[in-house]
Write a protein that binds this ligand. Sequence first.
Ligand SMILES: [Zn+2]
Ligand SMILES: [Zn+2]
Length: 566
Amino acid sequence: MSFIGTVFGRGKRGPRRPSGFDPYGRHLIGKNLERHVHVDVENQTLFLDEDRRSSDEMQEWLNAHRRLTGAVWPAKWEGIAELTARKASFREITAIRDQAGEGAATAREAGRKLLTIAAAFRISDMHFRHGATHTSIEIRLRKKIMILKEVSRHEGRQLEIAIFNLQSSRKNTYSEKDPQDGGITGDALPGTGLANVRIIRGPSYPQMDGGGFMSLRFQYKEGTGARPEIPPDIILRSPKKPEVDIEAELLPKGFSPRQIDLLKYLCSFPAGFVVLTGPTGSGKSTTLLALSRHQARIDPHKRLITIERPVEYFMPWAVQLEVSNTDDTEQAQREFAEHARNMLRMDPDRVVIGEIQDVGVALVAVTLARTGHSGLTTLHVDDAFDIFPRLEDMDNDRLKRQVICDTSLFRGVVAQRIQSVLCPHCKLPWEPDDPRMPSVSRDALRSWGDTSGVYRRNPDGCDHCNHMGNDSPTAVAEVVVANTELMSNVIRHGVEIARQWHRARPDADTTMVEKSIALAFEGRVDPADIIGEVGQIPFRDELEQERRRATAARAARDAGTKEPAP
Ligand SMILES: [Zn+2]
Ligand SMILES: [Zn+2]
């Protein structure tokens, strides 16, 4: 049995007609006169049929009306057609108001009942998630999010409004499109054992289609008072798991099985951030989506709040707060910061922060990580290791490296680029004197091996590639696990040494440009595109020498000898 009932769907009825005494004399309107008189009580105006102006019956009623009200209301004499239409529209409005009035009373009762059921479970939080068509009502029970009820969005909104209006302080008028907060005191919730319920609510994606959220934090009275009983017909359900797995999503994008394994490892921590870096168009938001989906698959009982500007992908497993896509940067930053602060009160386990755009957002991320939340975010830097100096630049006191280089705050960093791939049907052999590349880059490429298997783009293309010369592009990425060695090296020796030493580790992922070079030698990537899309091609012997030096330095440190001066 639904605790809301079917009352919201009630059909409209006619207006209530005063049966007994009416202070405006409506009970004295005879049957013959009924369709010729309309009493607008709200505006204290009479609308009367002009053809009945001189009828005795009309004059008698007008006298009675004046006696009863003690006033002469303005009278508008109009044609019967106009008057009939006026009465019809009045009936309709009254019906809607009546319905809203009774509906509201029933919704209030349903809202109280919902809170009572929730209190019976002794839950800590309740959440409404309004989607385009449905509202999911979720509870946090023994730390896990469970679905208590799914209703139509209309019913969901009615319940939300009813619960919101249980607040004793009515300075808050419910406003669907605005972020609001408040609280219900225990005396409005007798028999629940609740001391108070704190409320935060507002719009969320898809807000154009009525999307929104409301979070309720339950606080119980001290002691072991009478507790409501859990109704036997309530069945909790688990949130739905997303279907696509991370391998199916990331392997075709160019991530290796080893990288996907590292990403799964980074996503497995209950607290701390994974940062995706790269310029605009590097594909980092699709990777972020894949990681978030993976987390929701692994544990759908966790609550995810996102802040995005704008929302790029619909995540049915999240509450997505959207910053308006305005050209006004300051306005957008204010909205972003406001969402970030609200996020802390929305009972998240996980968060997605679209971008760490300024110090305010960075500090919110640090606070979230410190208070046991896991997060995904992006930062606009070219190299994975540059997130540390970038954050330090934002605030070299509160975000200094001694603070942020902490594995419980940052679990790992992913750097990513999109690399063009050659059309296999029309690619041409690469010439060692390729005039598109400077000689130093050509020499650098040759330092990596025999270039007879290297190809370049055919500028004319073919029918397979719409004459573009390219196939679908691939991601080239570097996955950096932020271990304690890396963090302490950044603090003690700076980013440059930390980067070299990390890459010298036998278990470290290779760099983006090394992956692109490998793809060039497989004949899949035009070497000229490596320079344009990923970076300069290094000389192999120089790179290997750097790694050997770093390996020796690490080994010397491990052996307990004095570290070489950085
Ligand atoms: Zn072809
Ligand atoms: Zn082609």
